[in-house]
Ligand binder design. Structure first.
Ligand code: MN
Ligand code: MN
Length: 466
């Protein structure tokens, strides 16, 4: 006996049509009209949309400042069935060994959605170059380097980024960058502190758009010289986006994503009184509205590939952020957002006519799975794909509020925002996990998904360049 979802409007990244979906075990086995009911459990999806489960390609599930996978069922409540986490590099440990440790300690038995990893390099040393030939076997197909966060283990020098690019392309690994000029941010932070600046808004003043534009541009030049695909995470500015678009138009395999908060929030949130702005301290900083409007057009036009949450729920929440009450540089970085990514993008994007329903699926489900090397097991409703299914009721009307959050923190990033439509039923590999804002499944059942190299970022590799 299977699960038969009847009469829903199935939405893919290119079409929508009314049909039935039959699930047997953990897989979709058939998509067709009028599948006989036989002995199946029937779910009537008349008047509802049926999407592939959401894939969030950029989250931070611990272990440092942020909550680990123990709160990851929040994603399922919001319709996201796969999280792709940035595995950290532990001090004195290789990237591959770190990934195993992080998985064992923080994900296995704790993850509620299915999950996969990208790896972060957090040591400015050539040692990692010896690991790159073994990374694909270890499940690493996207390797992230940081051009920011000076005086922390994150920031690396350009020479290491360039050498990693030269090596990574031999194995079908894509280089990802956090593109902000860490030296410039450091100087601007010190200048502001010397003038007595304390408040959260200075987080934005110390990391203005130009530091992102410059680093994005530099990363593109390095990738072009190394002849390696580049994926720029959390693109937030008009300038950075234009550099990516321009490179892409020249035939370079250069791609980027943006995140929910850069589309729906703006710099004014950092200026909220009573230190409330600290809730929105994340990097890059929130931008003025004009940047957001350009980003909406970019995602609609397919010029940025995906919308992720960059979820990083600081342990202790707003209370913990108060470590920086008199010094904005000491405010722990990161904001929650994995639970309401899809609701926010639907309400602010689809409902407002900025993107189509097909765009929604492409940006939040299909492309993230392709970028992460886990398509079509994830990110698609196809026979043979995992039965990760989001039945979405577009008629729901409500408001986002802390009381409904599963993210573990003491504030909701999108508190008070209207919610048009709701994740009505969320299935992970055929099992019902969440229903209309409530988690109804069993926690810790998430399974690790091993990615394949030569992801979407390689699709146009070796296309003729001008
Ligand atoms: Mn980042
Ligand atoms: Mn991030």
């Amino acid at each position: 006996m299977g699960l038969l979802i009847k009469n829903g409007t199935i939405v893919s990244d290119s079409a929508e049509w009314i049909s039935d979906i039959l699930v047997e075990g953990e897989k979709i086995v058939s998509i067709a009209k009028d599948i006989p009911v036989e002995g199946h459990e029937v779910v009537d999806a008349t008047g509802k949309y049926v999407f592939p489960g959401g894939v969030d390609e950029h989250v931070h599930m611990g272990p440092f400042d942020s909550y680990s996978f123990e709160t990851s069922h929040a994603a399922l409540v919001g319709g996201t069935t796969t999280l792709v986490d940035f595995s950290p590099q532990y001090k004195g440990m290789g990237v591959i060994e770190s990934l195993h440790k992080h998985n064992e300690e923080n994900a296995v038995g704790k993850a509620s959605p299915d999950y996969s990893f990208h790896a972060m390099i957090m040591e400015n040393s050539d040692k990692v170059l010896d690991e790159i030939p073994h990374m694909v076997d270890a499940g690493i197909v996207n390797l992230k380097l940081f051009m920011a966060y000076k005086y922390t283990p994150f920031m690396v020098e350009d020479d290491l980024i360039f050498k990693c690019m030269q090596e990574a392309k031999k194995y079908g690994i894509t280089i990802m960058v956090h593109a902000e000029n860490g030296d410039l941010v450091d100087i601007l932070q010190k200048e502001l502190r010397a003038q007595g600046a304390e408040a959260p808004i200075n987080h934005s003043y110390s990391r203005p758009p130009l530091v992102e534009d410059e680093a994005t541009s530099r990363a593109i030049y390095m990738a072009e010289l190394a002849d390696c695909p580049l994926f720029v995470v959390h693109v937030t500015t008009k300038g950075a986006f234009r550099r990516i678009k321009e490179a892409h138009e020249r035939g370079l395999p250069v791609y980027g994503e943006t995140c929910t908060h850069y589309l729906v929030l703006d710099e004014s949130y950092l200026a909220k009184p009573n230190f409330e702005g600290a809730k929105y301290v994340c990097a890059p900083a929130l931008r003025t509205k004009d940047h957001g409007e350009v980003l909406w057009k970019a995602v609609h036009n397919g010029e940025l590939q995906a919308i992720s949450s960059d979820h990083a729920a600081v342990v202790g929440g707003f209370e913990a952020k108060k470590r920086g009450i008199h010094d904005f540089t000491k405010i722990p970085n990161g904001a929650p957002g994995m639970q309401d990514r899809l609701h926010m993008i639907w309400t602010q994007g689809v409902e407002k006519g900025r993107i189509t329903r097909q765009d929604f699926v492409r940006l939040c489900m299909t492309n993230p799975a392709k970028v992460c090397g886990i398509f079509p097991q994830k990110g698609a409703l196809l026979p043979g794909s995992d039965a990760d299914i989001l039945i979405f009721d577009p008629t729901y009307r409500g408001t986002i509020t802390l009381a409904d959050q599963y993210e573990g923190t003491d504030y909701a990033a999108y508190e008070g925002f209207e919610k048009k439509g709701i994740a009505d039923k969320v299935y992970l590999r055929g099992k019902l996990m969440a229903e209309r804002g409530k988690f109804v499944g069993e926690r810790g059942q998430g399974r690790y998904i091993k990615p394949k190299p030569y992801t979407k970022s390689y699709d146009e590799y070796h296309k003729k360049k001008d």
